[in-house]
Design a protein around this ligand. Structure first.
Ligand SMILES: C[S@@+](CC[C@H](N)C(=O)[O-])C[C@H]1O[C@@H](n2cnc3c(N)ncnc32)[C@H](O)[C@@H]1O
Length: 318
């Protein structure tokens, strides 16, 4: 199967990163290498790219796709949350920019063997971005207790009928294991009253929630953004694109916190907290895709892009 993924807000991301010709860039979510390729294309032969992906198929595809830029990039089969150790392995002390385009690629969603899609009926429940990881969707659906399942569906999927779906999953398990995406779709379908099934596929929220749990997509995201900001050169930019309200909230709050200086009580005559602002927000409101892009690439509809720029710190600070 061909590796297809149309990069979202490509121009907005490139402009947002304010690329320098000889810059060194980090792409934590390589995917189909759309953004990575563009970074290499728009920088000079001295420009460098370090990229990570959890998916070995993404790495293998990108090695081929980026071959014309050979010698200018290094790809790591790694979690972007291990940013600091990847940067150390690559021997990079400061980046001019970093990009995270969160979530799954179209290739992962469309490849039925990966078990991400509610459109395929007979795929084994999987949803691992990294097939070498132990926890899969099968394990979540077949071993988590009702309370935990309900929490995940309600929180990560914002699914109104989380309680009911969790109850029916646990009920079904008394008779057989839930092995396929089709079986799970069937359970979700009978857990949601008919009149609430009009907009979109009924299992969409359930699948999203389980995928987030399997890949621990929200865990440690805020800390990772802080690590990346530490790894930027002064004036370097971080651009993060999200597709889910909880992810966007983490990015927004972390950027706001990094953009906050003194938090002392206003009545104190002098600052005692010693806090320094680390970044300047480039955009206060998230950038969204224009109508044309949303029409040609429906995935772009829910995308939100936030950008921050590292400010100059005092000597010795990181
Ligand atoms: C939306 S796609 C990125 C698409 C890419 N920007 C492009 O232009 O083709 C997200 C990619 O990030 C990867 N990914 C998601 N979470 C990750 C993580 N924590 N660490 C490394 N890669 C991750 C996924 O495997 C997927 O390939």
């Amino acid at each position: 199967m061909e590796f297809c993924h149309v990069p979202v807000m490509l121009e907005e991301c490139m402009q947002g990163l304010k690329l320098r010709q000889d810059g060194v860039y980090f792409d934590g979510t390589l995917g189909g290498a759309g953004h990575s390729g563009e970074i290499l294309k728009r920088t000079s032969p001295s420009g460098r790219l370090i990229a990570t992906d959890l998916d070995p198929e993404a790495i293998a595809n990108a090695e081929k796709k980026l071959a014309p830029f050979s010698g200018r990039f290094r790809l790591f089969h790694a979690n972007y949350k291990n940013f600091s150790s990847v940067a150390e392995d690559a021997g990079i002390e400061g980046f001019d920019g970093a990009l995270l385009d969160l979530g799954v690629s179209s290739y992962q969603l469309d490849n039925r063997e990966r078990g991400f899609s509610y459109m395929a009926t007979d795929s084994r429940l999987d949803m691992r971005m990294d097939p070498g990881q132990r926890k899969s969707a099968w394990e979540v659906v077949n071993t988590y207790d009702r309370k935990k399942l309900s929490y995940i569906l309600a929180t990560y999927g914002e699914e109104k009928f989380a309680e009911n779906i969790a109850k029916n999953i646990v009920e079904e398990r008394k008779f057989r294991t839930i092995d396929t995406t089709g079986q799970l779709c069937g359970i979700v379908d009978r857990s949601i009253p008919y009149k609430f099934k009009q907009g979109g596929h009924p299992a969409k929220k359930t699948f999203q929630a389980i995928r987030i749990e399997v890949n621990e997509e929200l865990d440690g995201l805020g800390e990772c953004l802080r690590d990346i900001v530490k790894g930027l050169k002064p004036g370097g930019r971080i651009a993060v694109m999200t597709f889910h309200s909880l992810e966007d909230r983490i990015v927004k709050q972390t950027f706001q916190d990094l953009a906050t200086a003194c938090v002392c009580d206003k009545r104190l005559p002098v600052c005692v907290c010693g806090r320094k602002k680390k970044v300047e927000l480039v955009n206060k409101k998230p950038i969204v895709a224009d109508e044309e892009e949303c029409l040609s690439n429906p995935r772009a509809k829910s995308a939100k892009l936030r950008i921050a720029e590292k400010i100059r710190l005092f000597d010795g600070e990181k």
